[in-house]
Design a protein around this ligand. Structure first.
Ligand SMILES: Nc1ncnc2c1ncn2[C@@H]1O[C@H](COP(=O)(O)OP(=O)(O)OP(=O)(O)O)[C@@H](O)[C@H]1O
Ligand SMILES: [Mg+2]
Length: 340
């Protein structure tokens, strides 16, 4: 285990009172390690933005503790909090650039605001270096309206990095972008993480974002962290209903006869590529029905899940289960929650 940079303990956030009361976050415990890319994934309304705003205390938690870089933010006075917040910056879905300022001026803005970071020339030199890092060396004088969505997000990333943050919080930073642009922005975030050592927290509703860049992930559902761990573990074998809903979004749409018993196989990246279903049919004469199948590559390993319908015959179903459970690198469990 590395060094913890963000520690959240028993955090709760409630909006409103009485009938209008919303418990947006309930007893959240989370530890984010220095230097990692941590994903927080959940459906709309899960509480993701609230959580990220509680990390930098733009939103005051109703109860609980937030500690960043060894400093307990929830115990700080406003003035000290402002100072502590400088170690964290944020990017958003809507980029939030100042429209009347050029790319260069946008990047200089946080340095001007804190007033401590030298002369205009110094700031502009720094902004130009950052434009290089984000791949837009020729856009210094462009206004936001003259930039594409991807370019705007690059400028926003450069601005977020201007004051050397330790932590970059990204709230749905790629949700307004097409898939190709999303890929390139995620690659940039990864580069910044690896080369500059910035800890990145990625808030998203999209699995593929987490898959592409995150080391670990927490699944947030209705204000509660349902499970958390290494991306490969959580995605190859989600243990909770909320996890399965996100990882296998099509699972809910599967229609099968209620009489059919189902088994879910999760491949953990070590299987030899043996044709399991064909082998079972050829060697044991047992035919399984493929209900759904989905495989993906995370890092350099392949993972996948498959849902199979077991034969109606009880003995055959039992034999099939025994066979499936003995395959190395595969977890087989009966499921009931996919049936609508
Ligand atoms: N300022 C507020 N006042 C009252 N309720 C709020 C406020 N901010 C958020 N909420 C409620 O808290 C819950 C979580 O909202 P939040 O914006 O954190 O969700 P989210 O996961 O970021 O959703 P999305 O993916 O749509 O951005 C929602 O029920 C929302 O209506
Ligand atoms: Mg949100």
């Amino acid at each position: 285990m590395g060094e913890t940079i963000i520690r959240i303990e028993h955090l709760c956030k409630t909006f409103g009172t009485g009938d209008g009361k919303v418990e947006a976050l309930q007893d959240i415990d989370l530890e984010i390690q220095k230097g990692e890319i941590f994903g927080i994934i959940g459906l709309s309304g899960a509480g993701k933005s609230t959580l990220v705003r509680c990390i930098n205390l733009l939103e005051r938690p109703t109860s609980g503790k937030v500690t960043v870089n060894g400093q307990e933010l929830t115990a700080l006075k406003e003035k000290d909090l402002r100072k502590a917040r400088r170690g964290m910056s944020m990017i958003f879905q809507g980029f939030n650039l100042l429209m009347q300022r050029t790319a260069l001026q946008n990047i200089c803005f946080p340095l001007e605001l804190n007033g401590l970071r030298g002369e205009k020339n110094w700031r502009e030199k720094r902004a130009k270096e950052l434009l290089e890092i984000v791949g837009l060396p020729d856009k210094a004088d462009a206004y936001p309206v003259q930039l594409s969505g991807g370019q705007k997000q690059r400028v926003a990333i450069a601005r977020a990095l201007a004051d050397d943050p330790k932590v970059l919080l990204c709230d749905e930073a790629t949700s307004a972008l097409d898939p190709t642009t999303t890929q390139s922005i995620l690659a940039l975030l990864k580069k910044i993480n690896r080369e500059m050592g910035v800890t990145v927290v990625v808030i998203t509703h999209e699995m593929r974002v987490v898959e592409q860049i995150c080391d670990r992930v927490a699944i947030l559902d209705h204000g509660v962290i349902q499970e958390q761990g290494d991306v490969s573990e959580i995605f190859s074998n989600p243990k909770t209903e909320a996890g399965r809903r996100l990882v296998m979004p099509n699972g809910e749409k599967i229609h099968v006869l209620p009489a059919n018993r189902l088994v879910r196989l999760a491949f953990n990246g070590t299987t030899s590529g043996e044709p399991i279903i064909a082998t079972l049919a050829a060697q044991q004469g047992i035919c399984l029905n493929i209900i759904s199948a989905d495989t993906r590559t995370i890092g350099d390993k392949s993972f996948g899940t498959m849902v199979l319908g077991l034969p109606e015959d009880e003995t055959e179903a039992a034999r099939a289960l025994i066979y499936l459970r003995e395959i190395p690198g595969v977890t087989a469990e009966e499921v009931t929650d996919l049936v609508q």
